[in-house]
Every structure is written in structure tokens, then in C-alpha cells.
Write a protein that binds this ligand. Structure first.
Ligand SMILES: [Zn+2]
Length: 473
């Protein structure tokens, strides 16, 4: 089949996809609260003739749309949640709150889901026309930014039937993602003490806030004695109240523990648990803990990655107008200096100065080129619940340019550009790459066989889900 048919379909659907993306940007709903966003997707999936399953695994905003029949079954992953504190007026080159304290799409998930849907629709049209055989499944995955919706879906048996899963992420470079991501677990610790007048009756008080502070101090000492690749982050969810003259009877801290794989993260978590117990003992308070979520390290698949690279090189790159370039240049000025001008530090912090493309990165307002494929075994310090999908089916991802070069992740700059024609062009490019790769997989059983073979070897140890049955979202 000619890939141009897919590209044309995506161009025809451009108004639908960009309107969807802009609407999701406007809703800016946080993890697991994406009700209007999910509804917008469900409406389109139904109108486009997909068989829809809503409220997957008991999550009100998780869903899928399926089209076609038989093998192969290719999954395309979509996300749509926003981030708190990142509300921003669109199209500005300076920080300007849209809603003070509101949320915004600083990670571009408005674009992410819409492009994935666009690819699924283009494949559906070709299955309907009899040009392709197989099944395409669009997954509406909630709560990537907090709660790890895909991990709950993976725990409850989804993704296992897929022959391959594809996804992408908005970014400042057109590049196939290689290497792995850290695994993570999030646990909430709640200390309970006894309130009392802080000055008049302090001997009767048992401070939960003291316990939480001592726990954090204990964890600071732990940092020296854990593998260098691990990470520990925390935030206060409850500091026990606002009155300094009261001994705080409650305090809650949320911990995120990262390691190169789930086993390492869980082992470190046990040591954090011990510190919490120690802090409770020191302060004569009690502590309880509750796991919030978790995500696995990603298993890379070079067969699928090379296929994405081919498709990234085949799809026509966007052409930018003078207006777009000057907007991008102004926005880039607000992003600070690149780490090393003329050199590209990729997600795996490997310096890549050997290619012409790499040396241009950080010097142009928009990186309008495709980075060479540089397979790596490095583990990126961040985590994603795409990792859990990658343990259950061969999975690969890439990034496409929707942001200005050097733009920080989770930033107001990314919110500002999120409805701009530059971002829309990146959305359409991503949809074409995903659709092209899905077409290749449906037409080439040998590619699927090879990616399955690599997957089976890489996942021999089996999927160790980072969340147990007792964890609820
Ligand atoms: Zn993201």
C-alpha cells in the first residue's frame, strides 16, 4: 500500500485532530480527572466507527477504541492529562497566567493523544477500504503524570494480546527514543501524633510533623548509601495545620522512589519504610503507608525502533513560515542557554556531537531535522508508565518537534506553544509516523516475528508489576 494514502487521510483529518488537541489544551484536566477530555475522544471514536470500551479497569477516564479483526493487533497509546500550576495564555512569549494557579499542558499531552488518534483513524480507513488487514486499537491512557494509568491497565491484564505497541511524545527534536527509563514507586506516609498547646502543654503533644521531618532527614543520609542510579523525591501533602502554637497531630509525605528496575526500586523502598518506622519511634507517633502507583523500566525493542526511524525519515517534515520561526526564536530566548551550544545531550545524557544534525541542535529555534538513530542501553532518570506496556508487548516510541529547541519539560513555554500552528504541525508529523509504522507492521509479518523474538529474550525474567492488587487509584 502507498503510504501517501495515510498521509493524505491525516491531512484531511487535520481540522478534527487539531480542534481536539486545542479543546484538550483548554480543559487542562489533571491526572484521573480527565472527564471532558475522555468524553471528547469517546465521541470521535464512536463517530469514526470504532468499537469502544469505556471505564477500563474501573478507571472512569480509561478507554479504548478498536477497529478491524484478526492479527496482527497493533496498539497505539494516547495520553491527555495536564499538570498543576502551569496555566498559561496561549501564544505568548512571556509568562502570563490564564487562570491563576490553574493547570496547563506543560508536557503536551493534548497533542500526544490527538496524534495517536489520528494514526488510528488513518489505519482504520485503510482497513475499511480493504487495503490493510488486522486490528488497530487506540488506548486512552489516563493519569500519566501522576497515578500511572497504564500500570493499572497492565496489572489488570491489558496489552498482552498486542503484537506491538507504538507511541510518541511531544518534544524539541525529531528522534526515536532508545535505552530505558527508570522504574518508580510512589508511597504516601501518614504520621499520627497527639495535639497539644505547643507552649502551655507541650509534654502531652506528640508531633507528627517532627516525625515527617525526621523521616526526611533520615532519607537524606540514605542517599549516600544507595546505588547512584537511584532517585528519591518527596513532597508534603499535609504538614499538620497552620497554627504554630499547636503540636501538629498529622503529617503526610509522598515519596517517589526510583531505580533502574522494579526490583531495585522496591528494595530501596523497603529501606525508606524502615526510616519512616524509625521516625515514628523517635517521636512516639505512629505511621501508616499506602502505595499510590508505580511504573516499570522500559524494555527497548530495536526492531521497532528502526521501523520508527525509517518512518520518521520518510514522512515529510513540516515547513515553517517566517512568522512561526520568529515566534519560536522569541520563545527560545526565554528558555536559557543550551547546556552545551552546538552539542546535543539526549535523554540518555550521551553527548552526540558527531552528526551534522546533532551539532545544529540548540542553535536553531526549531530543530527541523531527524536525529540519527543511536541505540543506547542507558537508563534515563525519569519514569513513564509506557514501561509497563513494554513488558507485555514489543513497544517503541519517538519524539516529534512541537516545542522550541531547548525548551524545558513541564514548562510554561510548552503550554504557550501548545495550540500554535508549530505544535499542530508536529502533531500531524507524529500521526503520519505512527500510521506509517503501523502499516509496515500489518504488511510485514517477518518484522513482527523479529520484534517478538527480541521481546521474548528481553522480557525473559517476566513482568514484575510495581503495584499489587491492593493498590487503588
Ligand atoms: Zn509527558
Amino acid at each position: 500500500m502507498d503510504k501517501q494514502l495515510l498521509y493524505r487521510c491525516i491531512e484531511e483529518k487535520a481540522p478534527l485532530l487539531t480542534q481536539l488537541s486545542d479543546a484538550i489544551w483548554e480543559y487542562a484536566e489533571l491526572s484521573m480527572q480527565e472527564h471532558r477530555s475522555a468524553q471528547a475522544y469517546l465521541d470521535i471514536l464512536r463517530a469514526e466507527g470504532f468499537t469502544v470500551e469505556a471505564e477500563l479497569c474501573g478507571m472512569p477516564t480509561a478507554f479504548l477504541g478498536k477497529y478491524g479483526s484478526g492479527k496482527p493487533v497493533i496498539g497505539i497509546l494516547g495520553e491527555f492529562d495536564a499538570l498543576s500550576g502551569l496555566s498559561q495564555v496561549a501564544g505568548k512569549t512571556q509568562r502570563e497566567w490564564k487562570i491563576p494557579g490553574g493547570s496547563g499542558h506543560g508536557c503536551g499531552h493534548n497533542l500526544l493523544g490527538a496524534a495517536s488518534l489520528g494514526a488510528a483513524i488513518a489505519i482504520k480507513e485503510q482497513i475499511a477500504a480493504g487495503n490493510l488487514q488486522g486490528t488497530v486499537v487506540f488506548y486512552g491512557c489516563p493519569g500519566e503524570e501522576g497515578c500511572a494509568g497504564k500500570t493499572f491497565m497492565a496489572r489488570d491484564g491489558m496489552f498482552r494480546d498486542l503484537d506491538a505497541a507504538l507511541c510518541w511524545h511531544p518534544g524539541d527534536v525529531n528522534e526515536v527514543t532508545t535505552g530505558s527509563n527508570a522504574a518508580s514507586v510512589q508511597v504516601q506516609y501518614t504520621f499520627t501524633g497527639v495535639s497539644a498547646h505547643a507552649a502551655g502543654d507541650p509534654e502531652h503533644g506528640r508531633s507528627a510533623l517532627d516525625a515527617a521531618e525526621l523521616m526526611n532527614i533520615g532519607v537524606q543520609f540514605l542517599r549516600e548509601h544507595m546505588p547512584k542510579s537511584c532517585g528519591l523525591h518527596y513532597s508534603f501533602l499535609d504538614a499538620g495545620g497552620i497554627s504554630p502554637n499547636v503540636v501538629q497531630p498529622t503529617a503526610t509525605v509522598l515519596y517517589m522512589v526510583r531505580g533502574n528496575d522494579v526490583r531495585i526500586a522496591k528494595a530501596l523502598l523497603k529501606r525508606v519504610d524502615n526510616i519512616a518506622q524509625g521516625a515514628a519511634m523517635m517521636t512516639e507517633t505512629s505511621v501508616s503507608s499506602r502505595q499510590i502507583d508505580g511504573s516499570s523500566n522500559t524494555v527497548s525493542n530495536s526492531v521497532l525502533e528502526k521501523l520508527l526511524q525509517e518512518n520518521l525519515e520518510q514522512a515529510p517534515l513540516p515547513e515553517y513560515t517566517q512568522e512561526e520561526l520568529s515566534f519560536a526564536a522569541k520563545l527560545k530566548e526565554t528558555c536559557g542557554e543550551p547546556v552545551l551550544p552546538g552539542q546535543w545531550v539526549n535523554e540518555n545524557t550521551q553527548l552526540q556531537s558527531f552528526s551534522k544534525e546533532a551539532s545544529q541542535n540548540g542553535t536553531l529555534p526549531l530543530n527541523n531535522f531527524v536525529m540519527p538513530y543511536t541505540p543506547s542501553k542507558q537508563v534515563s532518570p525519569g519514569s513513564t508508565d509506557v514501561g509497563d506496556v513494554s513488558w507485555l508487548a514489543p513497544t517503541a516510541q519517538f519524539s516529534a518537534v512541537t516545542w522550541v529547541s531547548g525548551s524545558p519539560g513541564h514548562s510554561w513555554q510548552n503550554v504557550s506553544i501548545g495550540t500554535h500552528s508549530i505544535a499542530h504541525k508536529g502533531l500531524l508529523l507524529a500521526a503520519k509516523v505512527l500510521a506509517g509504522a503501523t502499516m509496515d507492521l500489518m504488511e510485514n509479518p517477518e518484522t513482527l516475528r523479529l520484534c517478538r523474538e527480541e521481546f521474548e529474550i528481553a522480557t525473559q525474567s517476566g513482568y514484575d508489576c510495581p503495584i499489587g492488587k491492593e493498590v487503588t487509584f
